[in-house]
Design a protein around this ligand. Structure first.
Ligand SMILES: [Ca+2]
Ligand SMILES: [Ca+2]
Length: 316
């Protein structure tokens, strides 16, 4: 199935009802490390077809709906659902575009965030897009439009809808509900091989959505650095360049231990289709367990084109 039908299903009252029913029954719809079979059936999605010897690319060790591989990208701890122990689950802070330890406060509202991770497969990797939703209360919002896209090229950026890619491979849907934080939904879909994505980088993969009449645009900026595909992850101090293959830096001698590349950017131009930003500072800063590329400093001066501007990455 493709995203058009997924969108239609998401938007339909019947699916909202199915999700609502599951939620109101109070049953644990998110199962540890896996997809909820009833929801997968309800959405008409094809569950992963994995061989017994394949690692599960979407395993979620701490049950917070963020796959372990994605938590490497979001700088959260895949073993703990509340990395910074502030009473807010990693999913909530992530969907709010906040990093662990962030001192920022976001208004309590519906949220959408689109992130990218990848999983090694032989000498290549599978690239996954993750669409995270948070709805206030015990409800699923009315998804009137959902358009995943990839934007690449700096001089004349090209924006291509990628809905046909979503559903061409495995898709997983996970949900949870809590009275304190509302309804969380995570949709993860394999969209590409890393080798097929590489010629398009740097690029932004994201989605535009209209939910309950409100526009949302969220995405992840991807670039090729030191032979690795990295995502620009917003933190309070700027942006971190983080490899999208989980843990890959640990075995790569080109990466130094216990630091990440923190970059700051300023907007140098804007047009109808987005903003052109320039990296004006970049340095390896202390971060336990993470890795910083030796090319970090040379990021200064790099131009980054982001659809709709930096708010696509930061949530505004
Ligand atoms: Ca997790
Ligand atoms: Ca937290």
């Amino acid at each position: 199935m493709n995203l058009r039908s997924l969108t239609a299903l998401l938007a339909s009252a019947s699916i909202a009802g199915v999700v609502g029913n599951v939620l109101t029954q109070g049953s644990p719809v998110g199962t540890k490390g896996g997809r909820d079979a009833s929801l997968v059936r309800a959405f008409g999605l094809v569950p992963d077809q994995l061989r017994a010897d394949d690692p599960d690319p979407l395993v979620d060790s701490d049950g917070d709906l963020l796959p372990d591989q994605l938590e490497w990208v979001t700088l959260t701890d895949p073993r703990v659902s509340d990395t910074d122990q502030n009473g807010k689950d990693d999913f909530l802070q992530t969907v709010q575009h906040l990093s662990p330890g962030s001192t920022k406060n976001r208004p309590d509202q519906d949220e959408v965030r689109v992130l990218v991770s990848s999983v090694k497969v032989g000498n290549d990797a599978d690239v996954y897009v993750h669409m995270l939703f948070r709805f206030l209360g015990n409800r699923v919002g009315n998804v009137q439009q959902m358009t995943p896209f990839i934007t690449f090229g700096t001089a004349q950026p090209i924006n291509v809808p990628i809905m046909e890619l979503i559903g061409s491979g495995p898709v997983a849907v996970r949900t949870s509900y809590s009275q304190a934080h509302g309804t969380f939904i995570a949709i993860s879909a394999r969209i590409s091989r890393a080798s097929d994505l590489a010629p398009l980088l740097p690029a932004t993969i994201g989605a535009e959505a209209i939910i309950d009449g409100k526009d949302y645009t969220s995405g992840t900026y991807l670039a090729q650095t030191d032979g690795l595909q990295v995502a620009l992850v917003p933190i309070d101090a700027g942006f971190v360049a983080q490899p999208i293959v989980g843990g890959d830096g640990q075995n790569n001698p080109f990466w130094n231990a216990n630091s990440v590349c923190v970059m700051k950017m300023t907007v140098v131009g804007s047009g109808l289709s987005g903003m052109l930003c320039e990296v004006d500072s970049a340095q390896c800063e202390v971060a336990n367990g993470l890795r910083c590329a030796p090319s970090c400093r040379s990021s200064i001066g790099r131009l980054v084109f982001v659809p709709d501007g930096l708010s696509t990455l930061t949530g505004g």
